[in-house]
Ligand binder design. Structure first.
Ligand SMILES: [Zn+2]
Ligand SMILES: [Zn+2]
Length: 267
């Protein structure tokens, strides 16, 4: 049931996005830039672990589980409702578009992609396979950056929860791309470069979304759809593949963490 007649919502959509001006916005923009760099560094660290080879596989798996639960909670109870508040129910169309942008590039155009260590040397022997994974992940990580910036354009709270949602899967992202490069027969240097490319795409997403503030009504629901996809379609299947009760439990810990954060910090 909607209380607001649709013509009022139509008018509402014509109004510019209400943004707090001045000091506060400058502060939040700076936070978005700083945390965007931290997230980008997460990609590099993930890549570095793979190249070093004696990396803590188990702990990175735990990040996947925690990230999946937390990201789904952020998408459903924070990003999507906030997007609808911003531009009405039409925001949901952009959530859908965001979801399928990632699907198109990660799983339609790419013949072989999954989150986690790439061990299928045969599939990765074709250059097209490696390139398409790189392109897919670069587009995905660009939206990670957009998500952080769009969050901070709304509020410090939303920016912070978006940052955690992104950061929790940054290490796994880095080791995924680096292991794809290694599995395709390329050297360590290229593996690190690929992880660095994801970092650069993240920072570019932050920069673009910050400079196009007027497009927040699209950027926020789009990044909500991307968050949904990464959590539900990239991460959860990897969690379900592991017959490990700790992984299953951590998904719920992720969900509850967001609810607790909300209870403690969201005014
Ligand atoms: Zn594979
Ligand atoms: Zn990501």
């Amino acid at each position: 049931m909607r209380a607001t007649p649709s013509w009022i919502e139509g008018l509402h959509r014509l109004k510019p996005v209400p943004l707090a001006m001045g000091h506060d916005l400058t502060f939040r923009t700076a936070l978005a830039a700083g945390l965007g760099l931290v997230a980008a560094a997460g990609n590099l660290v993930g890549g570095y672990f793979v190249v070093r080879r004696d990396w803590p596989r188990k702990y990175l798996q735990y990040f996947l589980a925690l990230g999946a639960g937390y990201m789904l909670a952020v998408a459903f109870v924070e990003v999507i409702p906030e997007s609808v508040r911003l531009s009405g129910e039409s925001a949901l169309l952009f959530v859908l578009i965001g979801y399928f942008i990632v699907h198109l590039f990660e799983h339609t155009l790419a013949p072989h992609f999954h989150f986690g260590e790439e061990t299928h040397l045969e599939e990765m022997s074709h250059q097209h396979a490696r390139t398409s994974v790189l392109v897919g992940l670069t587009i995905h990580t660009f939206f990670d950056g957009v998500a952080i910036a769009a969050g901070f354009l709304v509020s410090t709270w939303l920016g912070a929860v978006m940052f955690f949602a992104v950061f929790l899967h940054k290490l796994p992202e880095g080791f995924t791309v680096a292991s794809v490069v290694l599995a395709s027969g390329q050297g360590k240097r290229n593996a690190i470069l690929a992880a660095g490319l994801l970092g650069v795409a993240t920072v570019a997403g932050v920069a673009l979304a910050t400079s196009l503030q007027g497009q927040l009504r699209y950027a926020l629901p789009l990044s909500g759809g991307v968050t949904l996809y990464v959590a539900a379609t990239d991460l959860l299947p990897e969690v379900n593949r592991e017959p490990n009760w700790r992984m299953a439990l951590l998904v719920f810990v992720g969900v509850v963490s967001l609810l607790i954060m909300q209870h403690l910090f969201h005014v």
